[in-house]
Design a protein around this ligand. Sequence first.
Ligand SMILES: C[S@@+](CC[C@H](N)C(=O)[O-])C[C@H]1O[C@@H](n2cnc3c(N)ncnc32)[C@H](O)[C@@H]1O
Length: 249
Amino acid sequence: MCIQDMKEHVRENFDTSPAAYERYESQTGRFADLAERLEAAMRERQDGTLEWLLDAGAGSGASTRVFDREGRETVALDISGEMLRENGAISRIQADFDRLPFADRSFDGVAFTASLFLTPDPDTAAEEAHRVVRPGGTVGAVAPLGWTTADETDVFEQVGRESRSPTTADEIDAALRDHFDVVTGTWTFETTASNLRLFHAVPAMAARLYPRLDHEERVDRATELLEDVDGPLWQRWRWIVGTRGKGTA
Ligand SMILES: C[S@@+](CC[C@H](N)C(=O)[O-])C[C@H]1O[C@@H](n2cnc3c(N)ncnc32)[C@H](O)[C@@H]1O
């Protein structure tokens, strides 16, 4: 499948997902938590203010609600019109973060909260982020590392399936490292089997397990697959923050 077709699939997947996505978020607050941590990590490495921020892959607004406060000017950008429709930001734009409709050096920072791993072409997105961030500004990304049981077994290995995203955390790290001075780490959250099921009740998330099935069928199959998973679980996310050097062209 070509890159454009893959992106079209991602857009369609998220266009069917706002209600289930918001259900997961209101139950767990996970994406708001990730955005808060990411923003703090960016501020720590920022040279100067973090006032003009691009929320790249803003979705229905969990990350935007975190960024768009304390007088900050946040632009919410997303490829999915239906996710963006639920986003309460004043500045919203439907676009692909691989082709940003902004002038060079327009922002103090670009944040990809759980979004950069969805592009099959992270190098182009990293290049674009570098172009629109001013020298001394930052880029931030979080990418999923998966779900494990108490003995660190991958949940999907246990249920006999692979859970795959278009781009891995290592690939994102490598793409950003080409343009920015990068630091990285891992955040681990204790969670439950019921949250794992709620996460995979989002059609765009169930697509990682059953990409070829239609939206309803893939959620049904994911629910069935995860029905017997039990006990406390751990969900891990990799964070990556890069600073644009002042000498960089
Ligand atoms: C898991 S959601 C995260 C949304 C939001 N940042 C949050 O924290 O709730 C990922 C979002 O990235 C968007 N996305 C995926 N690929 C994109 C692209 N190439 N350009 C713009 N947005 C994209 C999806 O449409 C989706 O809304």
